[in-house]
Each structure stands twice: as C-alpha cells, then as structure tokens.
Design a protein around this ligand. Sequence first.
Ligand code: GLN
Length: 392
Amino acid sequence: MRTDQTPALSHRLRGIPPTVFTEMSALAVRTGAINLGQGFPDVDGPASVVERAVQALRSGENQYAPGIGRPELRAAIAAHQQRHYGIELDPDTEVVVTTGCTEAIAAAVLGLVDPGDEIIVLEPYYDSYVAMIQMAGGVRRPVTLRRPDYRLDADELRAAVTDRTRFVLVNSPHNPTGTVLDQSELQAIADLAIEHDLVVITDEVYEHLTFDGLRHVPLATLPGMRERTLTLSSVGKSFSFTGWKVGWATGPAHLVGAVLSAKQWMSFTSAGPLQSAVAHALDAEDAWPGALATDLQGRRDLLCSGLADAGLSVRVPQGTYFALTDITELGWPDARTFCLALPERAGVVAIPAQAFYDDQDEGRQLVRWAFCKEPSVIEDGLRRLREADLRG
Ligand code: GLN
C-alpha cells in the first residue's frame, strides 16, 4: 500500500524531474514575468489553416481518424518530404501521424528500444528524450556539443559507441544550442551508423527555421541512410501551431511500423479535424515557414544584440527559436538559481539549459532565451534585463 511517504510513481518515472518548460512557464504566470522561456510563438500561424480546421469541425470530421493518420495528411507529409528534400515515401506504409513530435519520440523509443540498449544522444538533450529512454529501460550515452561553438566532435561521437549501442538520437536544428549540423557532422553520424549498423532517430521539428542562408539537411538524404533513419517532425514550429500537437514519423516501413505499434496503445489516433488542416498547411502554405524564418532571423538579431548589451555573452544561433548564454561571469552558483531569481530581479523568465546536461561542468552556467516572441515583447524583456542587477 502506498502512503504519502511513498509517492505513487512507478520506478520507471522515479528520478526524472518534472519538465522544466512547465515549471518555468508556471513561474512566469505566477510572477507576471515576460516569458522568454518555453518555446511557443505569441502569434498564430496562417489564417487559412485555422479556417480549414473550423471547416473540418463543422463538416463532420469529428470521429476517429485512422490510427496511422488521415490519408490526405499522410499524402501531404510525403509530398513535403519529396518537394523539400527529394525523399520518396509510400504514404501508406512509410508515414505515421502522431500527437506532436513528443508522441513520435515516445512511440519511437518505446517501439524500438529494448532494456539495456544504448542510445547516443547529443548533449544538451531535449528533456523528453531522457524520460522516454529511461521509461524504455534504455541507457543514454551523451555526446556533448561543446562551448563556445557547440559543434559535434566526430572523435567524441566515435568514442561513445560500445557493443550495446543500437541507436543515435539526433536533433538538428538543435534545441537549445541553435546549431545546425553541417555536412561533415552529418556524414560523421552516417558513417558511424553504417559501420555499426545503428538506427538513427532524427528530431527535425525546426527543419524550416534556419538563418543566414543555411539549409537543414535531413540525415535520411545521405547515402546509405534512408533505410536506417526514422525522421520526426511536426506542424508546431514550422507553422506556429504548437498547441495543435500534430506531428509525424517518416522512414522505412519497418521503423514507421514500430512507431505505429506503440502509438496505437498510447493515443490510439491523433486529433482528426486538425489533421485535415495540417494537410492544407503543408499543401497550400508551403512558403509560410520560410517567411517565418526570415522574420525570426530579425528577432534573433534583436535578442542577441540586446542580451550582449545587458552583459550576457551570447552564442548567435543558426536555427531554432533559441539563443544560449553563458552566465559564468555573473557569479551565480548555477543557471537554475539564476533563472529562479530572474522574475524577481528583472521580471523575465528564461530556461536553465543545465537541465539538459549530464556533464554539469559543461552545462551548469548556460541559460536559454526564446526569440519566437513579438519584437515588442523581446524589447520589453531586454529593457528589463538591462535595467536589472543580474549579478549573483
Ligand atoms: N519545444 C519547446 C521548448 O523547447 C517546448 C515544448 C514543451 O514544453 N514540451 O521550449
């Protein structure tokens, strides 16, 4: 019998802290601070897509969608991969719709990872990777993207392989560093995967949000990689509908099938009317994410120059919604203490990137700031930071 002294939590979940995004957004609401923490835009995506969702709700698309996803959305996802990357997919066997990329990650890990399997992850890592790997009984092997440039070191990557390694979980464009893996880094992952017969799971939710003319290259497009790569993405970041929770997994049928096998016991199927609307977004609003990226680049520059003016040493990101700062010089014990004090000091919330590291010597002093907000909100936040005493 469980009592208050033995929390009602399975061993599977013990020791995994609550997600830092929820904690920090709650802190922002509680204190009325400007939320430059959790990555969600404050302006919605294209009106035509919202309109399509309304139509779907009004025209009887309100019962279960097929578990694998509505056919028009699977066709639109396949067409998107073909148009942008030249990847050919069979929409009936090589595409599955999920409840956001978070469910795609969960279903991929639960559907593929056996207890004791080792999974190489890029560090800093997204918090749900760690939670899902633990729930599956897998073992994470972090490979650190090291300061100050946050690039992937091919030797460190190689050194992480053991005879139990079965997967590499990659995220590019990378949250929270803003690194977009370049050709040689991608090739290093591909070479390793081929040499050791590893499956690569790639989280590409920021695929369209790259800056300065850089382009995202999916790992699945490298020679020999299509058959061993499971590619994950979603509508949330590309089209500013983070609350819709519509994502997908694409790749060879045996990997997509494993995702579907797990997904059917999790959510069974994802929100039907939104799937029609997302199909419309991919088919009819193809230019929208690129325009968003151009606009976001300006907001990135605004945030980064403002952070520098406020005395925060910033790494200018190549993609995503986020910029990382190293606060070592401010004299705080760690980023978490700084972030918990920040609402009172400055009326701003940010994310302690420390939460995404095993290697605390690398991550202890790193703070993540979101620039997917209106310029006036970013300016207000920066003014507050400039006027505050940020020293520990
Ligand atoms: N991906 C978003 C971020 O990094 C948040 C998603 C979430 O809260 N799970 O801020």
